[in-house]
Write a protein that binds this ligand. Structure first.
Ligand code: ATP
Ligand code: MG
Length: 261
């Protein structure tokens, strides 16, 4: 089970859109995928068509409750793709775990218990909240790798350095095996020079860690969640869907190379 945290402390950069559509593209080629919505906004759950009423147990229960993942898993309309929903209770995780000496290891323990039950997915994508909170740290401690969506905009580099520092910090103490899975440029606008400047700068700085595939700014990607559907089901031919399908291909290639090495 390969666990990938989709994280960036900056808000609105495409974490949730990436988790949903990358997850759907992987599921479409037969991978068994779990999306874990760890954000109190519950956007990944809504975007996958799981209404608040259908969120009996959520990531909050996994983090703060008994740690059981099995009861929290729900199916989605996407074949091969399951979800652990998120809800507003997640905003209270920080407070609830404040005095718990194991507070950063809750998710890792939950995954270990899940695997011990003989349960498995090929890929788990954790949709992180826009902060470097206890929830995000839990995701990074439980994960094998972090995928960082980066919006092609001014100050992108500053945000990037901050998340890379955090990953380094987690690696130096809590999870030495944590890798940077990759950086994916999002909301790329070819008519905007700034998009190109950011892309060039990030590639110069991080080289092959940056995915070749770039996610364009595409209104279909932002419309799809209101229909409770991943863009890839809503309109599989739009430029955004095509980009996420390519990103999935590139990710699988990268994962194969990594496994071979
Ligand atoms: N490539 C894109 N083109 C156009 N709109 C996009 C694109 N990617 C994301 N959006 C829209 O931008 C907004 C922010 O995206 P998203 O929710 O994926 O970001 P996020 O990083 O998860 O945000 P948050 O930090 O609040 O969790 C959403 O309205 C989404 O539909
Ligand atoms: Mg989000």
């Amino acid at each position: 089970m390969r666990v990938i945290a989709v994280a960036n402390q900056k808000g609105g950069v495409g974490k949730t859109t990436t988790a949903i559509n990358l997850g759907t593209a992987l599921a479409a080629v037969g991978k068994r995928v779990l999306v874990m919505d760890c954000d109190a906004q519950g956007n990944a759950s809504t975007g996958l068509g799981v209404e608040p009423m259908a969120r009996a147990k959520t990531s909050y229960d996994v983090l703060v409750g008994d740690g059981g993942m099995v009861d929290a898993i729900v199916n989605t309309k996407v074949p091969n793709l399951d979800l652990i929903p998120g809800d507003e209770n997640l905003a209270g995780v920080e407070t609830m775990l404040h005095n718990d000496p194991e507070k950063n290891f809750k998710l890792r323990q939950a995954f270990a218990a899940f695997v011990k039950l003989g349960r498995d997915y090929d890929t788990v994508l954790i949709d992180c909240p826009p902060s470097l909170s206890t929830v995000t740290i839990n995701a990074m401690v439980a994960a094998n790798a972090v995928l960082v969506p980066l919006q092609c905009e001014f100050l992108a580099m500053e945000g990037l350095s901050q998340i890379l520092r955090t990953i380094e910090l987690v690696r130096s103490g809590l999870n030495p095996d944590l890798e940077v899975q990759g950086v994916v440029l999002t909301m790329y606008d070819k008519r905007n020079n700034l998009s190109d400047q950011v892309a060039t700068e990030v590639r110069t700085y991080l080289g092959s860690k940056v995915y070749q595939t770039v996610i364009p700014r595409n209104v279909r990607l932002s419309e799809a969640p209101s229909f409770g559907l991943p863009a890839i089901l809503y309109d599989h031919k739009c430029s955004g869907s095509e980009a996420y399908i390519m990103l999935a291909q590139e990710l699988m290639q990268r994962e194969r190379e990594r496994a071979a090495a």
